[in-house]
Structures are given as structure tokens and as C-alpha cells.
Write a protein that binds this ligand. Structure first.
Ligand code: AMP
Length: 446
């Protein structure tokens, strides 16, 4: 298996520190609002990567941090009057609900920053003791001049470390030094006691404190979106390698491309986002997963309803094919050449830096190749078993959901309620129900 690492900018033969074990860390969300489908893209990608590593025989331990203290959360708290802690817990819960709906179930441990303040303080203290960090009136900073290798992940240099969300302070030796601890004595912001007075952690230190605590100073793979390479991941390497004296902190740095809208990154700040919750009102999770996996995880995705619709159609084709394979169990092997070719192509694709579009193409090639062949039961069972593996790796159910009597009753109930809305002249709502039912494949004629 070959995996691309941002650190070497090349595909490397995948190897692990401990045989068959992968310690994987992916930067989790800052919990101040609902997650959007750009977040969904990143986390579906890593969920699928984990699934494939497990399929390939690795035991994967996957940790995600939850940034539950940060300027954005504090600002939201100031605007709304709701305590920062309550905002963070509410959106953490909603984030995990969203991920569960997307069948993103691979995270073994969610580690909150605020549950690891002791480890954070301990790591900062060791950085100070080793001469890498210093205290000022308003915080503790990493002295970037002391770590000449800064920039090796992103290929940038210190001068480019512009002011970002942790750097507003003035008392630093060098404007590029980044915050490890922010003193907040006498403010109404949440604070934790520390040897440097009451305050809170900087942005980068939570991740290295968490990974050092669970994995040690060196581990196998670290992921996140492309935007985190600089300065966030660069700062993580700087902190961890400085404190441990061991390099590399991480062998494989994996970064997902953005989900864009009209060429721009989907983000809260650009106000061009669709929350996962909203998307799932109109489309099912399988369709969105299939849409995401139709692009390689490192490439950008241009989001549009049209392309999502296209994914829905393509997935239906696989589901129809899958349902045509329903036969009784048989224990005779199939030697169908078309299946052998498809499997080889599928696994070659996945082994080549998790190339899911290539793997999906192998499935369609198979469907087309057997279209005019009379498959016997053994062939059908063998193809079905391959597609079951594909389904587990992609986290997508290929089973067509049957409409049961219960759902007929449910439909009657909805239609009656809609009729009552029409009688009450609430046409906006009744039209919306008609349109939503349309999207689900029901045509309503008044
Ligand atoms: P945040 O909560 O903004 O720190 O983002 C959490 C994770 O989602 C990070 O790994 C981001 O890189 C990723 N992310 C945010 N927006 C997008 C997007 N539009 N496309 C892909 N990944 C994103």
C-alpha cells in the first residue's frame, strides 16, 4: 500500500511503528456551531481511510480532539450570553449526532482540550525548561528562532507565519512566536489555573498534549484539512519535536482537499455553507458519502446539487445491480474473469493512496462487463460478497430500502396532514411537503 505524505510530498510505502497497528490522529472540530458538509467531506474521507486500513489487516486506534475552548466559542458566548461551556457541549453533541448519521463511526476516542489541561500545562513547562518557550505579561510563547526546522511540513519560512487566530499579543520577542498559554486574569472568559496564572491554552498545544498522552512522541498518521498544514500542523511538529528531541513526530501527514462552492472553500465565514443537518433533510447519507468518495480525498470537490443528484443516480445503479444478485447460499467458488479483474482494479486503486474514484470505476466496469452475461448462482454469490466488502469499506449500504406497510401508513398520515394544511390555506407548507415527497420519488397530484 502506498500513501501520500505531505511531509515528503510523495507516495511512500505504508509502514507503521508497531507491526499491524496504526495510531491515527485527526484534528476535530471547534464546537461553536453546527458542522457543514465541508467538515463532512473531511471526516468521511478519514472514516473511509480507517475502514480500508482495517480491511487491510491493521488495528487502527483513531483519536479526534474536540476544540472546546477557543476564541470563536468565547465570542459566541459573549454574543448570546450562553456560557462557553454550554455552547461547546451542545455543539459537540450535535456534531457526534451528525457524524453518526453520516455513518462516520470510526473514531475510537474524542479527546476534549479542556479535559487535558494538565497535560497541556505539563508540556508547556517542559518547553520552558528546555529553553524553547518563554513567559511574558500576557502569555507563554514558543520561541520560533530556537527551532530552525520550522517550515518543513509546509515548505514555508518563519516570515510567512502571519498573524492568525492565536496571535494578537504584543509582548513577544518575535512577532512570529506563537502562543502556548494565554493569560486571561481578570477577564470574564473561562480560565484554568497554571504556573503562569489563570488563563487558557493556545490553539496548537492541545493536539500535541493529547497525542503525546495517548500515543507518545511519535506515531503513525495525522490528518486534517489542507488549511491546517500551516500554521497549525507546522506548529504541532515544532512543539512536539522540540519537547521530545525525537523526529519525525509523525511519518504520514494526510490532508484532505476542500469542498468548494463556486470555486471557494465552503466555510462559516464566507456564509456559503450547508449544514450536514440541512443536507440530510433532502438527501440520504449514502448519497453524500458516495458523492464525497467519487473524488480523491486530496483533490478539491466542487459542490452543487446537480452533481449530488448525479451521485444519487450512480449509486442507484449499484444498488439495483446488488439487488439482482439475491440467490441462495452456495459454497462453490466462482472463477468469473470479470470479477477477478474488478477486484484487482478496486484494490489497486485503494492501495494507491486510497484512490476511491478508481475503486468506484472498478465497480461500474464490473456492472457493465457482466451486463450481457448469464450469471450462475456461484458467480452472483461471489460478486455479492465482493460488493459487501466494498460496502463496508465505503460505509455505504447497497441494500435498497423496502417500503413497508408501516411506511404506507406513514405516507397516508403525511398526505392527510398536508390536506389539512391546504384546507387552512397554508400553501407554502403544503407545497414544501409536496416538493419534499417528490424528491423521495412520490408524485402528488392535487
Ligand atoms: P474547523 O472546525 O473549522 O477547524 O474544521 C474542522 C476540520 O474540517 C478541519 O480539518 C478543516 O480543515 C476541515 N474543513 C473545514 N472546512 C472544510 C471544507 N470546506 N472542505 C473540507 N474540509 C474542511
Amino acid at each position: 500500500m502506498h500513501v501520500y505524505s505531505t511531509l515528503t510530498r510523495s507516495k511512500e510505502n505504508f509502514k507503521t511503528i508497531n507491526k499491524n497497528r496504526v495510531n491515527l490522529f485527526v484534528c476535530g472540530p471547534t464546537v461553536y456551531d453546527d458542522a457543514h458538509i465541508g467538515h463532512g467531506r473531511t471526516y468521511i474521507s478519514f472514516d473511509t481511510i480507517k475502514r480500508y486500513l482495517e480491511y487491510s489487516g491493521y488495528a487502527v486506534f483513531y483519536i479526534q480532539n474536540i476544540t472546546d475552548i477557543d476564541d470563536k466559542i468565547i465570542n459566541r458566548s459573549k454574543e448570546s450570553g450562553i456560557p462557553a461551556h454550554d455552547i461547546a457541549r451542545k455543539f459537540e453533541k450535535r456534531y457526534i449526532e451528525d457524524m453518526t448519521k453520516l455513518n462516520v463511526t470510526g473514531v475510537n476516542l474524542f479527546a476534549r482540550a479542556t479535559d487535558h489541561v494538565d497535560e497541556i500545562i505539563d508540556q508547556i513547562q517542559r518547553l520552558i525548561d528546555k529553553g524553547y518557550a518563554y513567559e511574558t505579561e500576557d502569555g507563554v510563547y514558543f520561541e520560533i528562532d530556537k527551532f530552525p526546522e520550522f517550515g518543513k511540513l509546509s515548505n514555508r519560512n518563519v516570515e510567512e507565519l502571519e498573524s492568525h487566530r492565536d496571535i494578537a499579543e504584543t509582548t513577544k520577542k518575535n512577532p512570529q512566536d506563537f502562543a502556548l498559554w494565554k493569560k486571561r486574569e481578570g477577564t470574564d472568559e473561562p480560565v484554568w489555573p497554571s504556573p503562569w496564572g489563570n488563563g487558557r491554552p493556545g490553539w496548537h498545544i492541545e493536539d500535541t498534549a493529547i497525542t503525546e498522552y495517548y500515543f507518545g512522541p511519535q506515531y503513525d498518521a495525522h490528518g486534517g484539512g489542507l488549511d491546517l498544514i500551516f500554521p497549525h500542523h507546522e506548529a504541532e511538529i515544532t512543539q512536539m519535536e522540540a519537547v521530545s528531541g525525537k523526529a519525525p513526530m509523525v511519518e504520514f501527514w494526510l490532508h484532505t482537499g476542500f469542498l468548494n462552492v463556486n470555486g471557494e472553500k465552503m466555510s462559516k465565514s464566507l456564509n456559503n455553507f450547508i449544514t450536514i443537518r440541512d443536507l440530510l433533510k433532502d438527501y440520504d447519507a449514502d448519497t453524500f458519502r458516495f458523492f464525497v468518495l467519487s473524488t480523491h480525498y486530496r483533490s478539491p470537490i466542487d459542490f452543487s446539487k446537480d452533481s449530488l443528484h448525479q451521485s444519487q443516480k450512480s449509486l442507484e445503479k449499484i444498488k439495483k445491480f446488488y439487488s439482482s444478485l439475491d440467490v441462495e447460499v452456495s459454497d462453490v467458488e466462482s472463477d468469473l474473469d470479470e470479477l477477478k479483474i474488478a477486484k484487482e482494479s478496486f484494490f489497486n486503486g485503494m492501495d494507491d493512496d486510497f484512490n476511491t474514484p478508481k475503486a468506484i470505476a472498478a465497480v461500474f466496469d464490473l456492472i457493465n462487463a457482466v451486463k450481457n452475461i448469464k450469471l450462475n448462482d456461484n458467480d452472483k454469490i461471489a460478486i455479492k460478497s465482493f460488493l459487501d466488502d466494498v460496502s463496508n469499506i465505503f460505509g455505504i449500504d447497497f441494500e435498497i430500502q423496502e417500503i413497508s406497510t408501516d411506511s404506507d401508513e406513514l405516507l397516508d398520515l403525511i398526505l392527510n396532514a398536508r390536506q389539512e394544511l391546504r384546507s387552512a390555506k397554508q400553501y407554502d407548507l403544503s407545497d414544501k411537503i409536496r416538493d419534499d415527497l417528490n424528491k423521495l420519488g412520490y408524485e402528488i397530484n392535487d
